[in-house]
Structures are given as C-alpha cells and as structure tokens.
Design a protein around this ligand. Structure first.
Ligand code: DX5
Ligand code: ZN
Length: 223
C-alpha cells in the first residue's frame, strides 16, 4: 500500500465532518487542498451508538477520484460488510479488535480481496491486544477518542500507544502505517507525529476550517 501515498505524514480528511448534501464538492475541496487519502467512517448503530457513511454512499463517489479510500468500520460484525465495502471501492478496510468476529478471520477475509487491512482499537483497549496481529497488517489505528462521533477531544494516552506500536514495528521488515483518529488538530498533531503516527485522520480540523489547504499543511508540520 505504501507506494500509493506521496507525503509523510499523510493526511486523511474524515468525511464524517463534511456537508453530506455536497459530498462530491467536499471531496473535491479536500483533494485540491492536498488530501493523501479519504477516510470514510462506517457504523452500524450497534458497535457504536451512531450511523455513519454507508457502502452505497462510498460507491457513489468512487468515480470522482483515484485518491485511496481508507474505510474505518465501527461495526459488531465486520465479516458481514466486507464484500459490500470492497465492491464500493475501498482500498483499505480498518476494523476494530473489539468487534465480535474473530480477528484472524476478518484479517484473512479482507486480504483475499487484495486490499489493505487495518486494525483499530478503542481508548479502553491496550496496545498489547493488537500486537499479535501486527505483522499481518497494513495499518494500526489507536483511536484517540471513543469511536462514533466527530468533534471530540484527543485522549492523551494515545501518544504512548503510538510510541508502543512504533517500537514494535521498527524491528519489522514490512512496517504498517500508524494512523491516529479523533481530535486531531494543530495542537495534538505534532506530538502524534513525533510519537510515530504516519497517517493523521482529521474531520473537524479540516472541514470546519475556512482554509482546508492551510489546515492540511499545518497538520503535517511539526514545528
Ligand atoms: C470517530 C471517527 C473519526 C471522526 C474524527 O469515530 O472515527 O474519523 O470523524 O472526527 P474529528 O477529527 O472531528 O475528531
Ligand atoms: Zn474514523
């Protein structure tokens, strides 16, 4: 997956914060602003108490761009949704280690489609829960807020989790991306990058900014 992306850290605007009545324009706006990938949040109203973006909605914008689609699924039964999400044009599917399906089975299922596989974990889950799977992953995602809603405050324990993952992957041949999602702003991004994050997912900080290009450039900058 690595050669799909041009910058480091890569910036993934989260469409959950976009104006849904203008989805196509919103996508164009953040791509023009320098988005490296587009982050879609899929929710089942069960694993998290909210609904997000559906596979149908993802499919409807797939022909607008070649920018990779980074699809984050907050669902109890990931196996049920993989075919639909692959058909919709996902380049990477990231599911939660806390979901009800067996983690190995979900990883294997996503891999049969030759797309990237990511594993997310919620704030109450510790890093050691995902370490056993890390060599099979293209992306690891320590959530920096409780999954389900945009606009929350970054939980600072996440910096330690990013560093813990970074330490493990530094000794590996095939290094997965470390993504961070939730409450990423110009205040929280620098330490996330210094801790080892290679993808920053940001909704509010980009879509609610008057100048998304400036916001994206600022998020990438450590100083
Ligand atoms: C939350 C989602 C995030 C969310 C981030 O469950 O996974 O992608 O959209 O939103 P902000 O950047 O506003 O915290
Ligand atoms: Zn997300």
């Amino acid at each position: 997956m690595n050669n799909l992306y041009k910058n480091s850290p890569k910036i993934a605007p989260s469409l959950l914060a976009a104006d849904f009545s203008q989805m196509s324009n919103e996508i164009e706006r953040v791509i023009d602003a320098g988005a490296d990938l587009l982050h879609f949040d899929v929710m089942d109203g069960d694993f998290v108490p909210n609904f997000g973006i559906s596979p149908l909605m993802i499919a409807s914008v797939r022909n607008k761009t070649d920018v990779p689609f980074d699809v984050h699924i907050m669902v109890k039964h990931p196996l049920r949704y993989i075919n639909a999400l692959v058909d919709a044009g996902s380049d990477m599917i990231t599911f939660h280690v806390e979901s009800d399906d067996e983690t190995e089975a979900v990883i294997a299922s996503i891999k049969t489609h030759n797309i990237g596989v990511g594993l997310a974990f919620s704030p109450n889950t510790q890093t050691h829960e995902v370490i056993p799977y890390i060599s099979e992953l293209d992306l690891v995602l320590p959530m920096s807020v409780e999954p389900g809603f945009g606009g929350q405050t970054f939980i600072s324990d996440t910096y330690t989790k990013i560093s813990e993952i970074k330490q493990v992957i530094d000794d590996m041949d095939n290094t997965p991306e470390i993504s961070v999602d939730g409450g990423v702003t110009t205040e929280t991004a620098p330490l996330a990058i210094q801790s080892g994050a290679s993808i920053l997912v940001a909704g509010t900080a980009i879509f609610r900014s008057e100048n998304p290009k400036k916001a994206i450039n600022q998020l990438r900058t450590i100083e």
